[in-house]
Design a protein around this ligand. Structure first.
Ligand code: NAP
Ligand code: G3P
Length: 480
């Protein structure tokens, strides 16, 4: 699969169906051991102009392609990903230090996502509306509302799911008849180029998907404010999301940003099951998931029992290298480790109890559990994006809801209880995109609506919702 996208360890960008390089490159090192994996082109502003011009032209042809043909290309792409799952998951593991099992499941999930998007896209229709249901109108007008594409979608994905969160933008955008320019995360760009190669192998017409790797400091702002971009679909940090929103010149935006998902544990929770869900939710891929559980709000009466059960589960996590299938692996870079270690230190300085962890070896941070976190500690509010879980003890459900909602984020929350009335009452009061009852927070299944409020984003993803967001209803009114 790889040969056409790499030469002399330099990966190429996809432009108008060809794989091209640039004079400058960026070295991509593995977070596992610092080894050079390859180089990717460092594209510049002139390339942005050229690529977007091509995306714009190609889209005009693509929107005339039948929905059935678009779906068939997506089905083929899914098959190609599955046929090459070993090669793709291997590069993913090396590039972002995601454990082998999760890397394989990211590729498999992406193939399923693409197939489901094709199924959904071919079953989405417009509307046919009569005028006489509105006061004052007879049946003299008929509205035919058809779904039309927006044009060129700029897809920007983050390092933690460079394949899945690129495909979750590309596939729905293509089904809706848009062309896509993909700007992958720098650390993760090789994996995203493999994904793009699968679309090309499936027969996607030239220019309908282009990729642009490069330093966001040199092309980022230029891309997101470019006149040839008709929609920006961004996943990443709240800081960068805010910045993009402030400079993007009224280009419509969809944003999936950071989170501080709370697990609220009530007195009657099944402690063993709750602990399993919380540890898996907090520590898989070393906590580098937007939907990771990033704080526990537990009723004081059962807090000691919960801490014991959490520690018991945490002790079963394997820490080490992704190729050895450890759950807690090196973080994406050394700066991220420093950030997490400083959050832990701040909490300890202010009186938190260290239950376990606070040990670093290179880019590996050992899973860390901190009890008696108070609201003056940064860890109560900041998104660490690393393997650390703060426990905040509360005296009542109302206090849990108040603290949960005080966060600047509003992605997801979990509630653990046996009482369905409590679960629904609390769920109704939480200001988040999704509430999970008796489960960890998580995005999937990927056709469910997925959204964040406040600093966690804008717009709703999820297969049908993503296609709808990247298309619009155009009305033609027949006057009889
Ligand atoms: P990030 O630093 O914000 O980067 C995200 C993407 O934006 C990367 O492709 C990055 O490129 C690009 N970028 C940076 N500055 C840009 C600019 N000025 N213009 C255009 N693009 C720019 O985020 P990350 O560290 O990759 O990902 C972790 C964050 O993503 C966490 O906060 C996490 O919660 C969030 N996330 C949210 C969701 C969700 O669904 N809500 C899902 C996954 C992750 P470079 O890599 O080249 O800088
Ligand atoms: O952080 C990435 C986002 O897509 C979450 O997916 O499956 O880890 O909840 P998941």
């Amino acid at each position: 699969m790889i040969n056409s996208i790499k030469k002399d360890n330099i990966y190429h960008n996809l432009y108008d169906g060809k794989w091209i390089i640039s004079d400058n490159t960026i070295d991509i090192f593995s977070p596992i051991d610092g080894e050079l994996i390859g180089k990717v082109p460092a594209m510049l502003k002139d390339d942005v102009n050229k690529f977007l011009e091509n995306s714009k032209l190609s889209q005009k042809h693509w929107e005339l392609t039948s929905i059935d043909s678009r779906a068939n290309i997506l089905y083929k792409t899914a098959k190609i990903l599955e046929d090459n799952i070993d090669e793709i998951s291997e590069i993913l593991m090396l590039e972002i230090a995601k454990d082998k099992k999760s890397s394989i499941s990211e590729v498999k999930r992406t193939a399923d996502f693409i197939r489901h998007t094709a199924d959904t896209g071919r079953n989405l229709y417009g509307d046919f509306i009569q005028s006489d249901s509105f006061p004052g109108f007879s049946r003299n007008k008929l509205c035919l509302a058809t779904r039309v594409p927006l044009g060129v979608v700029l897809a920007i994905s983050p390092f933690n799911y460079p394949i899945n969160l690129s495909a979750s933008k590309i596939a729905p955008a293509l089904m809706a008849g848009n062309s896509v320019l993909l700007k992958p995360p720098t650390q993760g760009s090789i994996s995203a180029l493999y994904l793009s190669k699968a679309f090309m192998m499936a027969g996607l017409p030239h220019g309908v998907l282009n990729t642009i790797t490069g330093k966001s400091s040199s092309i980022g702002d230029y891309l997101v404010s470019h006149e040839n971009v008709n929609f920006i679909n961004f996943t990443g940090s709240t800081k960068v999301g805010n910045h993009i929103a402030s400079i993007s010149n009224m280009i419509p935006l969809m944003m999936e940003l950071g989170g501080k998902d709370a697990a609220i544990v009530l007195k009657d929770a099944d402690i063993e099951k709750t602990a399993k869900e919380i540890i898996s939710g907090a520590f898989s891929y070393s906590g580098q998931r937007c939907t990771a559980i990033k704080r526990v709000l537990v009723i004081e009466d059962i807090a000691n029992n919960l801490v014991d059960a959490l520690l018991n589960e945490l002790n079963q996590l394997k820490v080490g290298l992704p190729q050895d299938n450890c759950e807690v692996t090196p973080l994406i870079d050394s700066n991220s480790c420093d950030f997490v270690m400083n959050l832990i230190k701040d909490a300890l300085d202010k009186g938190a109890n260290l239950v376990t962890g606070y040990k670093r070896s290179g880019n590996i941070i050992y899973p860390t559990l901190l009890d008696n976190i108070s609201l003056d500690m940064d860890l109560a509010w900041e998104e660490p994006f690393g393997p650390v879980l703060p426990i905040i003890r509360v005296s009542s459900k109302e206090e849990a809801i108040r603290i949960a909602n005080k966060s600047q984020y509003g992605l997801q929350s979990s509630i653990f209880t046996q009482d369905i009335n409590d679960a629904f009452n609390i769920a109704n009061k939480l200001n988040v995109g999704t509430v999970q009852i008796n489960s960890k927070t998580e995005r999937g299944p990927d056709h469910f609506p997925f959204s964040g409020v406040k600093s966690s984003g804008m717009g709703t993803q999820g297969i049908r919702y993503s296609i709808e967001a990247m298309s619009r209803l155009k009305s033609i009114v027949i006057n009889i």
